[in-house]
Structure formats: C-alpha cells, structure tokens
Design a protein around this ligand. Structure first.
Ligand code: ZN
Ligand code: ZN
Length: 162
C-alpha cells in the first residue's frame, strides 16, 4: 500500500501541496498547439474539478494570466518558487472549475484521460488507444461525460450568480 491519498500532489520544490477531495469531473488529454507550447511536450493532461474540491495543504500559488486559444485567456496557478503549474482556470469555465495538471499528482497514473481533444494537431508519433474517445477539436459535455459529472456541473451552473 502506498502512503497517503492518491489524489494529492504538488510542485517540484514541494512548497505547494494540494489535495483533490473527490474524483474529477472529467480528464482531458489536450493535443492543441497551445498546450504543446505551454508544457514543452506533446499534450497536456488536465483533470477538471470543482474549485472548492481542491484544498491547498501547504504553500500558496501565484496566478499567472496566460493568453489562450479562445482569446479570453486562462489563469495558471504556479508555485511562486519553482514556478511549476499545478492547475489552471479557463475563462470559459470561470473560477468555479479548475484544471488540475495530472502530472503534478503523486500518482498521476490513477487519472488516465477520459477523452483526447484537439487531435487534429496531435503529434504524429502519438498513438491513441482505441478504447478512449478522441475528437478533432472540442466536444459537448452532454455527449461524453458520465451522468454524475453532468449532475455536478448542473450544481455549479445553478450556483453561478445570474
Ligand atoms: Zn515549488
Ligand atoms: Zn490544449
């Protein structure tokens, strides 16, 4: 048995530590060119979860406004010391949903992608599994999310000020 909760994670210098208090809503593997540039790799792995289900256990994050493909920008929360990004908020989803960077979890293998998105720009050598949905660009949550996640999203939406 491993010690601790598998949904805990943090930055490289360990100043920032966090815990997801439940399973995420959905996990995106994004192959867009923006994610490729921001990570310096082939794709980004983001676990979408309600912001109030991410507890900061230690340290604080520095929010960096970063341009995004939508033009509305995203806020990337980074460790103020080592600058590793631990999660982000897209303008589209607002501050109520965080995209936790799965690679910062202590056990990232526990959250494999639920969907591959923006595969139109994926690196040609990345071979996708046949049993995981993949879309050329984006998609409608209602078409892919499990019922429980859609219900959680409905709660978020109803809590938003009109
Ligand atoms: Zn750090
Ligand atoms: Zn992306």
């Amino acid at each position: 048995m491993t010690k601790g909760n598998f949904l805990e994670g943090g930055c490289t210098c360990r100043a920032v530590r966090y815990r997801m208090t439940s399973a995420p809503l959905f996990v995106h593997c994004c192959h867009c060119t923006w994610c490729q540039r921001e990570t310096g790799t082939a794709f980004a792995l983001n676990a979408m979860i309600e912001a109030d289900r991410v507890e900061l256990l230690q340290g604080e994050t520095e929010v960096v406004n970063t341009p995004s493909n939508s033009g509305q920008g995203q806020k990337i929360s980074r460790c103020p010391t080592c600058k590793v990004a631990v999660w982000s908020n897209y303008a589209g989803a607002g501050d109520t949903v965080r995209c936790v960077r799965v690679g910062t979890l202590d056990e990232p293998a526990r959250l494999p992608p639920d969907i591959h998105i923006f595969t139109s720009t994926k690196q040609p050598w990345v071979v996708l599994p046949r049993n995981v949905p993949a879309v050329a660009e984006y998609y409608k949550a209602a078409d892919y999310w499990p019922k429980e996640s859609l219900e959680r999203r409905a709660v978020l939406r109803s809590a938003k000020p009109a």
